[in-house]
Design a protein around this ligand. Structure first.
Ligand code: NAP
Length: 246
């Protein structure tokens, strides 16, 4: 589905980003694997792709830095001559009730999740505009739709991504660039491993399919949104959440 495409996946050293990168490569895309600190995780993603005959290169850098994001896009363009797909997946949480949330907890989550997505979309879109084609996929969250106690910062960042997705879709649609968001529910990764058993039980009670999602549940949709199969879909927010939000 992605034969000869070139993709950048941010936050590809583990979790959902790793699964998206591996799934893209399986479908024939060359992949730039961005990550911030986890060298072993990023190398493992790269090796898994290469063992299956795919092509992947690593890019270590913090996407919340405007110039690092620009350098990531230029790096991809230099290595592979183009950027067909950008997945803004890098994300963090710093949960606390608002009374206890520190200013730096708010700023860091907004900087990585929202500003990082803006930085990458801005620099990638200038290359995609010249190509007159591209697919941007932003990883939001159901929390950006329904909110969550203890996640004022995270919910704001993920709601911001939804507004940014729709605005970018309107700006870039006439130039052949599709922009969509995926809003995962509760997916089994390091990010959700830290939740206590009773929190998990409460969450499961609100999920009609009565199970947490797997990273492949998200990456399968990412493949579809990155492929020509979704050419007439833009500005959408698609939940992958076992029916939790409907
Ligand atoms: P994860 O396992 O914690 O992985 C996060 C990834 O983001 C890592 O590869 C990490 O790289 C990278 N990253 C963090 N800050 C970065 C930065 N400043 N620059 C570049 N890379 C950075 O998280 P996940 O569960 O896979 O989540 C991936 C995305 O899905 C996030 O946007 C998250 O908000 C969203 N999401 C997840 C769930 C869920 O249930 N898991 C639900 C809804 C939405 P290093 O480790 O190398 O620093």
């Amino acid at each position: 589905m992605l034969k000869d495409k070139v993709a950048i996946v941010t936050g590809a050293s583990r979790g959902i980003g790793k699964s998206i990168a591996i799934n893209f490569a399986r479908q024939g895309s060359k992949v730039v694997l961005n990550y911030r600190s986890d060298d072993n995780g990023a190398e493992t993603t790269k090796q898994e792709i290469e063992q299956n005959g795919g092509v992947a290169i690593l890019h270590k850098g913090d996407v919340s830095d405007f110039y690092v994001a620009e350098e990531l896009m230029n790096f991809c363009k230099e290595k592979f001559s183009r950027i067909d797909i950008l997945v803004n997946n890098a994300g963090i949480t710093r949960d606390a009730l608002v009374m206890r949330m520190k200013e730096e907890d708010f700023d860091s989550v907004i900087n990585v999740n929202l500003k990082g997505s803006f930085n990458c979309a801005k620099h990638a879109s200038s290359i995609m505009l010249r190509q007159k084609s591209g697919k941007i996929i932003n990883i939001s969250s159901v929390i950006g739709i329904i909110g969550n106690a203890g996640q004022v910062n995270y919910a704001a960042s993920k709601a911001g991504i939804i507004g940014m997705t729709k605005s970018l879709a309107k700006e870039l649609g006439s130039r052949g660039i599709n922009v969509n968001a995926i809003a995962p529910g509760f997916i089994e990764t390091d990010m959700t491993d830290v939740l206590g058993d009773n929190v998990k039980e409460t969450i499961l009670s609100h999920i009609p399919l009565k199970k947490m999602g797997k990273t492949e549940d998200v990456s399968n949709l990412a493949v579809f949104l990155a492929s020509n199969m979704s050419d007439y879909i833009t500005g959408q927010v698609i939940t992958v959440d076992g029916g939790m939000v409907m």
